[in-house]
Design a protein around this ligand. Sequence first.
Ligand SMILES: Cc1ncc(COP(=O)(O)O)c(C=O)c1O
Length: 425
Amino acid sequence: MNDLYSDAYAHALDAADVLPSLRGEFLLPRHGDGVQAYFCGNSLGLQPRAARAHVEEVLDKWAGEAVEGHFTGQTQWMTYHGLVREQLAGVVGALPSEVVAMNSLTANLHLMMASFYRPAGERNAILVEAGSFPSDRYAVASQLHFHGLSPTQALIEVEADEAGGTVSMAAIERAIAQHAPRLALVLWPGVQYRTGQAFDVAAIARMAHAAGAVAGFDLAHAAGNLPLGLHDSGADFAVWCHYKYMNAGPGAVAGCFVHERHARTDRPRFAGWWGHDQATRFRMGPEFVPSPGADGWQLSNPPILGLAPLRASLEQFSRAGMDALRAKSERLTGYLEALIDAGLRDTLQVITPRDPAGRGCQLSLRVVGGRDRGRALFDHLGREGIVGDWREPDVIRISPAPLYNTHADVLRFAGAVARWASAEA
Ligand SMILES: Cc1ncc(COP(=O)(O)O)c(C=O)c1O
């Protein structure tokens, strides 16, 4: 085994890191006398220490002011969702008026499809990736049923055409071109949850538009992971959650993007009072007048306690900057890949694209030898305080997050796999 595997090498990489480590600003789960090597930011990001103060601030305001809390001070609840707008727009590369924090991911996906999936005659199909996240598949199928259609008639699923289950841009292009006259909506992930493959959102939006379809994106695994440039991408809409790389806590309030060109759309929408034009909302009139921009899709007054941790998280993203985070992410994930190539090829096969441009933080690692060996390794890692996650039948996902992971964490993972494999032999 070579130098890559030495503690000194990993520590030198950490010491040379130009991004000041924000690791100290997170609560790292304990393991024995130390802390976990936590690689599950693709599922639930760690808690920023500052989250507690933001939540307590809301609790205190509620205790001390009750209903008046809606109207007093900088953090009044009437405009609280606006406190995250600018920074959120910065993370996803959008105009502030194009983003809103509201609801949950799947709820937002439905709201977006209510407006942007408008089947008309022959143009009634939705194109997705085969093996999409189940909630997306259920949402899409139920939208088809809602319009009197069925997945058999109107769902086009693009199969993976590359080894390891990734999809080439050529396959996406072919599928869009082949079905162009039928396509009402192309709904694609920013990063595929199982393989970790990242897609060129702008290129897919262009292809969808050229075919006459709407382009929507599920960015659950992309937000806070990759710089997205959503406005310039031309995407019509996007939805994402804030509990993964965005570290805003379990079930955190989600995100939604609606491109500026739809700011005053007369497409139908499912409306609620919080989407009504702010200036006249409290006249309590019977006619809905939408707020311009993404705000106009809000339904309810937002869960303030759910939004509070997002403020802490966004403040960190703003300080670090997406470009610096991405650069560090490429270094961490590249180191993980190099360690696997140098010493773990008999145990782990990387199914995520090798080109850094084709992935984010996550590497999806197929365990050589199949499910039983994979589960044994995964359980071993758990006992060692190394936390990734498991995807049936034989994949371990490891996602070094640049806000809190280090090269030393990555080495701890690789070293544990190497020792396990040699003890097995
Ligand atoms: C790709 C993707 N889509 C949708 C969802 C569902 O999210 P929610 O439960 O927040 O609606 C998830 C959750 O992990 C996901 O990873």
